[in-house]
Ligand binder design. Sequence first.
Ligand SMILES: Cc1ncc(COP(=O)(O)O)c(C=O)c1O
Length: 330
Amino acid sequence: MNFIPYGKQFIDQDDIDTVVEVLKSDFLTTGPKVKEFEYGLSSYCGAKYTVAVSSGTAALHLASMVLLNKGDKVLTTPNSFLATSNSILYVGALPVFVDIQKNGNINLDLCEEELKKDLSIKAIYVVSFSGNMVEQEKLKYLKQTYNIKILEDNSHAIGAMYKGIKAGSCINSDISIFSFHPVKHLTTAEGGAITTNSKEMYEKLLILRAHGMIKTSGMKPWEYKMQELGYNYRITDIQCALGLSQISKLDNFIKRRIEIAKQYDKFFENTIVKPLYKFDGKSSYHLYVVYIDFSKLLITKEKLFIKLREKILVFKSIIYLLINNHIISH
Ligand SMILES: Cc1ncc(COP(=O)(O)O)c(C=O)c1O
């Protein structure tokens, strides 16, 4: 097939063998692979704690439960998948959209203007759009100056770096989340994770992931309590085995994406197609996004989109190019 689909995973024999091993074991879920995967993610990202869950959306929902209260206002970006702002609504808080800057990420200077005007803003949810992290110095400054909660939606950005700070390390945020949908760098089929350096948040997240159920030392062995409404957002051992095997290949996946991005940079040089940003050692390139100046074309965006769909031979100039792992095998 010549056409590059929106997403396709890269699965090799190692991945298959690890999953088969779990299928033959005693635990399909809530077994040792979940902890191993969480440990693997913590080591990869440099965060103290990781809670693996059933999807990126579940990760955002649980994170919002620990970060927000009903009625809180949250600054966030309109340039994301809808799950980012939906998670704010799930807990009865209010998303307030702030415009983006040229690289597609939320404009943190505009966030500061909002924070100055409105003291009822309690948090900022940023998205590392296309794999490019937001300016960490500004994030740190806003967190310290305005005493707000920060969530980094790193669904596009596992493996990304910003001046030595790794996506998911939560150096300047309270919580970071990832998605492991097959379109992402690393997959568990469906799946997600939350990273944090706060023990208190970590412990709360573990309880909320499993129905809000707790057991305390004074209780009878058959008893459990439910003090808070939780969910079944558990991830299986089968998925975590796949995730663990994929982590070992993650740096190579990212290297390959960067190589491909550089090829696109060359290809688009001196054309009216401008990349959103040039690689500067930060992005993990989930997406390669381009600008096209339609005022210089005799075609509208809609018509170009339809034409590109029809003409697979010109797929290289598709508006929203995904650099995906499957290219490794071609
Ligand atoms: C930025 C962003 N946040 C959250 C999500 C939700 O992740 P999931 O599909 O694993 O629920 C996605 C998924 O595409 C995403 O791109």
